[in-house]
Write a protein that binds this ligand. Structure first.
Ligand code: FAD
Length: 402
């Protein structure tokens, strides 16, 4: 049976980053994915500049468009345009983007085995093991980067207790020149959520994000969104739903020999539900933790506090902003959209975060009262919610329609 220092399950941005960093440091790494690559992944493919900066290689070969304009409306009403002056995000298709990340992991020395669906995984006194059909491998440590429905997380009992939301993605084959350099954001979904259109080289990705409790209305809402965009007759190449998981501090993501990274660990933010940046960052932290453990005969447990220190504050700040943004939007959509339209500092802050010149945490710190106001707004929203927590409402909770 092949033996490795680290086995990484899942070759999305979290897994391929972990594998690349480990292999580059000289570790023997096995990277497994159930899919043959390149593979489709339901995703808007929005890569803010701050995400691109986390990678030590250029993305030019997979960039389909560069976006500098935000076209915002409330279900097509109160529409306005914000220009960031320079690109704040790249647009990619995930099949090509993820394949590029895997190529870099392989070039660094990771052994990649596509078409390997892990059915069993675990840890014992000798190390970790995985099984896929008749294929078996053992290692000293395991990184579960197998996405929002992580088999590794279930097998080892980690990652329980994340909030969830539901997303729907359509890939349209349309002449997208009309939307070049422009991302469309449509607000106005109850109790929160948004629709988007992101331009690609030969089409567009259109999607919708709602609380998990509202997932049944995704399709009908999605069709109405297409109608408002004038795309009801567009050729749909792919349509797929998927969930997004949102971690709070305290959700366990590491054991003696196993760590979860990316979506498996709930590393997505509650404001725009972006996850690629946090997948890359957590993949990198998991690799560091494994290298440390390999060098000291230690464990993967410190990884959880690394995430709590380096990533969780940003996820918490994004949640505060989301409470505030969607809380006010629900109560007073017209005034809020009007204020947002004429408040350039809001968009300036957003663009600087997207470009990596600021962070959500820094922006929240500028308004000392924001966390308590945001919490009160969501507490009220969640008064009738069966999953209400004592101190804060749950954005993204399955009962989010309260
Ligand atoms: C509709 C939608 C739109 C989104 N838009 C954006 C966006 O525009 N920008 C952004 O930053 N984020 C976006 N996100 C979030 C983003 O897609 C994720 O956060 C990101 O893909 C997480 O990366 P990951 O590596 O953790 O997991 P994934 O990218 O999901 O990769 C997991 C990998 O594990 C593999 N796998 C799963 N199970 C097994 C198994 N049993 N054995 C072996 N392999 C397995 C899968 O094949 C997959 O390749 C969006 C999400 C959705 C659902």
């Amino acid at each position: 049976m092949p033996e490795f220092d680290v086995i990484v399950v899942g070759a999305g941005p979290a897994g391929s980053t972990a594998a690349r960093e480990l292999a580059a440091a000289g570790a023997r790494v096995l990277l497994l994915d159930r899919a043959a690559f390149p593979r489709y992944k339901p995703c808007g493919g929005g890569i803010p500049l701050r995400t691109a900066r986390l990678l030590p290689f250029p993305l030019d070969s997979v960039v389909e468009d560069r976006v500098s304009l935000l076209d915002v409306s409330y279900r097509g009403r109160w529409r306005f345009l914000r220009d960031s002056g320079e690109p704040f995000a790249y647009m990619v298709m995930r099949d090509r983007f993820d394949a590029l990340l895997v190529e870099h992991a392989r070039a660094a020395g990771a052994e990649f085995r596509p078409g390997t669906r892990v059915e069993e995984a675990g840890e014992d006194s000798r190390g970790v093991f995985v099984r896929s059909g008749s294929f078996r491998a053992r290692g000293r440590f395991l990184i579960g980067a197998d996405g929002a429905n992580s088999r590794v997380a279930r097998a080892v009992g980690l990652g329980r207790g994340c909030d969830e939301c539901a997303a729907w993605e359509l890939e349209l084959s349309i002449p997208a020149d009309r939307w070049r350099a422009r991302a469309i954001i449509e607000l106005g979904y109850s109790p929160w959520g948004y629709g988007w259109l992101f331009p690609k080289a030969s089409g567009a990705s259109v999607g919708l994000l709602l609380p998990a409790g509202a997932s049944k209305s995704l399709r009908a809402e999605g069709e109405r969104l297409l109608g408002r965009l004038g795309l009801e007759h567009a050729e749909v190449a792919i349509a797929q739903g998927h969930k997004i998981r949102l971690r709070r501090q305290g959700v366990p993501i590491a054991s003696e020999r196993v760590a979860l990274a990316g979506d498996a660990a709930g590393m997505a933010d509650a404001f725009v539900e972006e996850g690629i940046a946090y997948a890359i960052e957590s993949g990198r932290l998991a690799a560091k933790a494994a290298l440390r453990a390999l060098g000291t005969s230690g464990t993967m447990r410190p990884y959880e506090s690394d995430v709590d220190r380096e990533i969780q504050p940003e996820l918490d700040a994004a949640r505060t902003i989301a409470y505030m943004f969607y809380g006010v939007l629900r109560r007073a959509p017209g005034p809020w959209l009007t204020a947002a339209r004429y408040a350039p500092f809001l968009w300036h802050a957003f663009f600087t975060v997207m470009r990596g010149e600021s962070t959500y945490a820094r922006e929240v710190e500028r308004v000392p009262l924001l966390p308590s106001i945001a919490r009160r707004l969501m507490e009220r929203r969640c008064r009738n919610c069966p999953r209400r927590r004592s101190s804060s409402g749950s954005l993204g909770c399955t009962a989010g329609r309260a």
